[in-house]
Each structure stands twice: as C-alpha cells, then as structure tokens.
Write a protein that binds this ligand. Structure first.
Ligand code: DGL
Length: 270
C-alpha cells in the first residue's frame, strides 16, 4: 500500500491526485489533525511527529511512504530516509524541478509555512541546478488554520492572502510554488491575487507524477504492493483508508470536498 501523511487535510490534495494518477494502488492516509499546524513548530517536534506517522503507516501495511507535507519534508525527510528502509517520496523535489523548468524570467516565488520557508529547502534545490535564479520565499503561517477551518472564500482570507502576496508581486515573479499541500484549496484566490500571468506550481500534482514515475520504474515494489494487499482489486477506491488523529465537522466537509465523495475518516490515537 502507498502510505501518505500530512499534518491535516492538506495531504489529501496529494492523495487525491495519487488516486487519479496511480488508480491501481491502494492508499493509506494519515492526517495528524490533533497536532496541526506543523509549520509553526520546531524541527525536533516535527521530526518526532514524522517518525510516529511513518511507524503508524508501516504498521498498517504501507510499503512506500509519501511525505505529503512540505513542513515535514523540509525538516524530516533526510532523517526518515536514514532510519527506514522503505522508499520515501517527498513533495519538494519534483515541485522545485518543475518550477525551475517552467520559469521564463528566472524569478520564482514560494509560499509555505514558516518551517518550510525558514528551511530554505526550495531555494537550495533550485539553486543547485540554476544558481543564478532569484528565489523569493514568503511564510504564510495564517493560511493553514484558515483552510482547516474551511474559510476558503471568506473576506478575511482574501485580505490576508493579498498581504502575503504583495511582496512577491513587487519582485515580478513569473512562477509561484504552492509550497504547502493545503494551498491548492486556495488556488482560485491565489491566482487572482498574484495575477493571471504568474504560473502556479502545485506540489500535489508534481508529487503524484513523481510517485507514478518512481512506481513505473520499480516493478519489484509494485508487485509487492499487489501481492501483500489482502483482497486487492485494482482501481477500487474502497481499498483506500483515511486515518486522522482528530476529527471535526469542518474537516469532514473539506475531506469530502477534496475527494468529491463521502470520505470515512477513521479516528485513531496513533
Ligand atoms: N500541509 C502542510 C505543508 O505542506 C503542513 C501545514 C502545517 O501543518 O503547517 O507544509
């Protein structure tokens, strides 16, 4: 099974894309809603949560782990790769490559949580390949709580977004990385506020494509996934299970909205 984790519902944008791009594989999702947001916590705390989430997914039968959270990927992915033998896919690698390949003027903006922006990870990855590009990061710590609350179209959300995006507009970026898996839920507002000429790079789409090409090139892993899943039926959405460490009505509504169907959120104390 493909195990996916995030601090909350954000990673569901990644899980949904994975369902669409790799429909033949069963998914296991864990949203650590009880501890969201990760992006405002220390690296040590996020690493601790990431280890625990990985253990939970492996115990449930995951054979590949997707860290569907930029904050967790920015702080913990090297630790997880050193400590676990399963393949670990992160949301940052494919997203930075796509942005670097897509910009025409070499000016790229990144919005994300404080943990992601302070880590400088996108900048490092992009500059490794194209050192002369100008990268502008903007931490947007208020967006995750607003999204988790379901405030996707509220006036307050628009005002805060305008304020966060203003400096990036001044830097005349032509490409903007949505460096938090929650942000695709605000794409409509972000595109409007940053301007329609700016290309948005959505880490959920890039990560799903990255996972697909990884699986396409790993026949041993894919046959293992099919063999070990009891009652495996390809293309069956019923195979997919969604665990959360806490559940609230706004969260359920967001989950149903992201997948376009009723999602059974299973509460666990993992
Ligand atoms: N969705 C997450 C990310 O991609 C985390 C948000 C948070 O918990 O701060 O960074």
């Amino acid at each position: 099974m493909i195990g996916i984790f995030d601090s909350g519902v954000g990673g569901m944008t990644v899980a949904r894309k994975i369902e669409q791009v790799c429909p033949q594989f069963p998914l296991l999702y864990f949203g650590d809603v009880a501890h969201t947001p990760y992006g405002s916590k220390s690296s040590d705390t996020i690493i601790g949560y990431s280890r625990r989430n990985t253990d939970f997914l492996l115990n449930q039968g995951a054979q590949v782990i997707v860290v569907a959270c930029n904050s967790a990927a920015a702080t913990s992915v090297d630790v997880l790769r050193a400590e676990y033998s399963v393949p670990i896919i992160d949301v940052i690698t494919a997203t930075s490559s796509k942005a670097a390949a897509g910009t025409l003027n070499g000016r790229i903006g990144i919005i994300g949580t404080r943990a992601t922006i302070q880590s400088g990870i996108y900048e490092k990855q992009i500059k490794r390949v194209t050192p002369d590009y100008r990268i502008y990061g903007q931490a947007c710590p208020l967006l995750v709580p607003l999204i988790e609350e379901g405030w996707l179209n509220k006036r307050e959300t628009k005002m805060i977004l305008r304020r966060y995006l203003h400096p990036l507009r001044q830097h005349q970026i032509d490409t903007l990385i949505l460096g938090c898996t929650h942000y695709p839920l605000l794409t409509h507002l972000i595109q409007k506020k940053i301007g329609k000429k700016v290309q948005l790079i959505d880490s959920s789409i890039e990560t799903a494509q990255h996972l697909k090409s990884f699986l396409d090139n790993s026949p041993e892993i894919t046959s293992n996934i099919k063999e070990k899943f009891n009652g495996y039926q390809p293309h069956c959405l019923e195979n997919n299970r969604f665990f959360v460490s806490d559940s609230t009505p706004p969260l359920q509504k967001l989950a149903d909205g992201i997948f376009g169907r009723k999602i059974n959120l299973i509460k666990t104390n993992a």
